[in-house]
Design a protein around this ligand. Structure first.
Ligand SMILES: NC(=O)c1ccc[n+]([C@@H]2O[C@H](COP(=O)([O-])OP(=O)(O)OC[C@H]3O[C@@H](n4cnc5c(N)ncnc54)[C@H](O)[C@@H]3O)[C@@H](O)[C@H]2O)c1
Ligand SMILES: [Fe+2]
Length: 462
């Protein structure tokens, strides 16, 4: 039945999208319909320019000179400002005679208040460029600071994703932003996405527009040598879920409607053959290097491999998107009770990578039926023997494979392991509902009852 539907969809797609040129159109005189198709028929891949290499940070001062930068807003956090990544950056700026001011008060897992503090700092200066040195928290904060610096009259919620905010498209010209990631996880250096915890609803949301994307990402694995074990571990599971979710997201040509204008095509477009290449690469890298990189801080090959994989997965999610693990993770992180994992300070926190992987087994058990071949392929790349596995078991096979990784990396035993009880499930479901943009990318539609069942299934994992 599904195959038959795919054939009809394909024929419809060919009808609306075929080349009009007689040399390539095989039915003679195809016309491109003027009617906007109900399903999309195209996808596009956008990405920051990426430069990868050990020690490549030394070039950032020259990049800023090449841009004609006269005063750079450098953003980082209060921990990194004392560590070698920031020192390497500031050395390069000084050596190349670039003026800068440092903002080092980025909050780990930022909130709307911490974004507003950073925006205030930017507005008080006179900057012609932005430079983020840090993990996702720093890069996301820097994107927001650049946006509101360039549109000083905007209200904060104007650009925040609907339904929390107004989801206004970015039409002002932003200043050039360079990103230097120091964790191996978010891929934020390649995406037009900026995530924060909206305190009023205790759930994460964000700002999403291609204009936020850094113009250049310097991927320097040297920075990852100082990553604490837990940060390497949780950020690694962020890559893990980015790869699995973008690989299994609803296919781009089953998501709809097609936009009336290509400029309106969303950043998150569903799985597609190009994002799939990045996802497969990441899954292979995770199999090879994930555990090594977490448990051996000086294993430069493993840490470099993970650093590259994070960027690769960023290209994948930046265009394909993520779905249920991330949609559910936002309230899981936002409603944290008193869990403190270590390596993230004293305040309660469920770091992003941990919040996404806790439901991963339950999510992929649920989505397995949407495309058993892809779920089995992902499990096989991650090391499972799928030779005698039935299609009907694809979701369970991938879930078991994920659990093996979680066990090896000593991840808490599901939602109960980070302090949640069954009675918290309705609040977690309510917190996930505003993530409609992500939930819509799930390969299977889901009701509130389905989300509850996935959360129930995630209370314990082992
Ligand atoms: N924009 C996107 O596309 C995107 C995607 C996924 C996640 N995110 C967001 O990113 C945030 C998480 O970012 P993250 O996982 O990169 O971690 P992070 O930026 O929150 O940093 C975590 C901790 O690690 C420390 N740290 C970072 N690099 C270090 C280094 N090289 N050496 C020593 N310590 C270091 C930081 O100081 C901090 O204490 C979350 O808010 C999440 O929602 C954004
Ligand atoms: Fe993520």
């Amino acid at each position: 039945m599904a195959a038959r539907k795919r054939v009809f969809d394909l024929l419809r797609t060919i009808d609306v999208a075929s080349c009009r040129c007689p040399a390539h159109s095989h039915r003679g005189h195809f016309q491109v319909s003027d009617v906007t198709p109900t399903k999309d028929y195209a996808f596009e891949i956008k990405c920051s320019t990426v430069r990868y290499g050990l020690g490549v940070t030394r070039e950032v001062g020259m990049d800023l000179v090449n841009l004609g930068a006269k005063n750079v807003c450098v953003m980082t956090d209060s921990n990194l400002v004392h560590l070698s990544p920031v020192k390497a950056v500031l050395n390069s700026l000084t050596k190349n005679g670039v003026n800068y001011q440092v903002y080092d008060k980025v909050r780990v897992e930022p909130t709307d208040s911490s974004f507003k503090e950073a925006i205030k700092f930017a507005k008080a200066g006179s900057f012609d460029s932005f430079l983020a040195v840090g993990g996702g928290s720093v890069m996301d904060t820097c994107k927001a600071a650049n946006l509101y610096y360039c549109d000083p009259a905007a209200e904060f919620l104007d650009y925040v994703n609907a339904p929390v905010g107004k989801g206004k498209p970015v039409e002002v010209q932003l200043k050039p932003m360079i990103a230097i990631p120091t964790t191996s996880g978010t891929g934020s250096e390649t995406t037009g996405v900026s995530i924060f915890d909206y305190e009023a609803i205790h759930a994460k949301t964000g700002i999403s527009h291609a204009a936020l994307r850094p113009i250049l990402a310097l991927i320097d694995p040297l920075h990852t040598l100082s990553l604490p074990e837990k940060v390497a571990n949780f950020a690694g599971f962020d890559i893990f879920c980015h790869a699995l979710e973008s690989f299994t997201a609803i296919p781009y040509n089953e998501r709809g409607p097609a936009p009336a204008n290509p400029a309106l095509r969303p950043s998150y477009q569903g799985s597609n053959p190009i994002s799939d290449v990045w996802a497969r690469f990441c899954l292979q890298t995770l199999r090879q290097y994930f555990a090594r990189s977490v448990y051996n801080a000086d294993d430069i090959d493993a840490r470099s491999g993970m650093h590259l994989a994070a960027t690769m997965a960023g290209v994948g999610i930046g265009n394909a998107g993520v779905h249920l693990c991330h949609g559910l993770a936002y309230p899981i992180a936002g409603l944290v009770k008193d869990y403190t994992p270590g390596d993230y300070g004293e305040s309660p926190i469920i770091p992003h990578g941990l919040s996404v992987v806790l439901t991963a087994p339950g999510v992929f058990r649920y989505t397995g039926a949407s495309d058993p071949d892809k779920h089995l392929e992902a499990a096989a790349i991650l090391g499972a023997d799928v030779s005698n596995k039935k299609q009907a078991d694809a979701g369970a096979v991938l879930a078991d494979t994920i659990i093996k990784y979680m066990d090896k990396m000593q991840i808490a035993d599901g939602l109960a392991g980070v302090g949640y009880e069954r009675g918290d499930i309705p609040a977690l479901v309510r917190g996930a509902l505003p993530q409609g943009r992500l939930l819509a990318l799930s390969p299977l539609p889901q009701s509130e009852e389905d989300l509850s069942r996935i959360l129930e299934d995630s209370m314990t994992v082992y």
